[in-house]
Ligand binder design. Structure first.
Ligand SMILES: Nc1ncnc2c1ncn2[C@@H]1O[C@H](COP(=O)(O)OP(=O)(O)OP(=O)(O)O)[C@@H](O)[C@H]1O
Ligand SMILES: [Mg+2]
Length: 217
């Protein structure tokens, strides 16, 4: 696998997300190897490549849902790979936000409850106000009490985006985040991701309107 790097991993700055000589194989099959990418704070990076080249697998490795076969991933100078179950869970809960194509929402619960799940670190008294603001931002104003299963695919994706807006994670992993959306809503998602990246997150995702591109092929 070849790859391009927005900025080669190196000691210049430990701030940010650093993927260092990462390899993933399934049995004999090597998806990618010697993959090194550094993503600086506030940077938004797109991962491109043909179907099956390992884009989702790379996001899953960064999200600690899968173990790489070799190499390591560092965030702000700390190695996050091979951390053990407890610390991995804390890292996912406190620092990571996901925007995946299947939304990962609780179907039977309503919009408000789905957002509240992501707000464990937020004072209770502030939650309703922040939820209202986030829903307004994604065009779902006043729809707190609607159950997820009644929403269209695009509306569900916008709830998933609102969940990121209320959680404010340091790192956002987005896998085809605009797949189910029309162009206006797709633009809204990209603009929101960009705004979140500017205010402090690192944001590797897969989308053609990219600032930088890491390519798996
Ligand atoms: N647990 C697993 N065991 C074996 N092979 C796997 C496993 N998970 C993923 N793969 C294989 O790894 C390859 C990369 O999968 P991945 O989902 O990362 O691709 P992708 O680049 O995201 O593709 P797409 O653009 O279609 O979403 C695929 O061929 C897939 O079948
Ligand atoms: Mg994929």
């Amino acid at each position: 696998m070849k790859h391009q790097t927005p900025q080669q991993a190196g000691p210049a700055s430990t701030k940010g997300l650093h993927i260092i000589s990462l390899e993933k194989r399934f049995g004999q099959r090597v998806l990618w190897s010697q993959l090194s990418v550094s993503i600086r704070p506030s940077e938004m990076v797109a991962i491109t490549g043909p179907s099956g080249s390992g884009k989702s697998t790379l996001l899953n490795c960064i999200g600690l849902l899968e173990e790489p076969s070799a190499g390591s991933i560092e965030v702000d100078g700390k190695t996050i790979t091979h951390m053990g179950a407890h610390r991995s869970r804390l890292f996912r809960r406190n620092r990571l936000g996901y925007l995946f194509q299947d939304y990962a929402l609780i179907d039977e619960a309503n919009i408000e409850d789905n957002l509240t799940v992501a707000m464990q670190a937020t004072q209770r008294s502030k939650r309703k106000h922040l939820i209202g603001q986030a829903l307004e931002r994604v065009g779902l104003e006043g729809r707190q009490k609607e159950p997820i299963y009644q929403l269209s695919g695009g509306e569900q994706q916008r709830v998933a985006l609102a969940r990121l807006l209320v959680k404010k994670p340091n790192i956002i992993l987005a896998d085809e985040p605009t797949g189910a959306l029309d162009s206006a809503n797709a633009q809204m998602v990209i603009d929101s991701l960009r705004a979140m990246a500017k205010t402090g997150g690192h944001c590797p995702h897969r989308h053609p309107r990219r600032q930088h591109c890491t390519s798996l092929r």
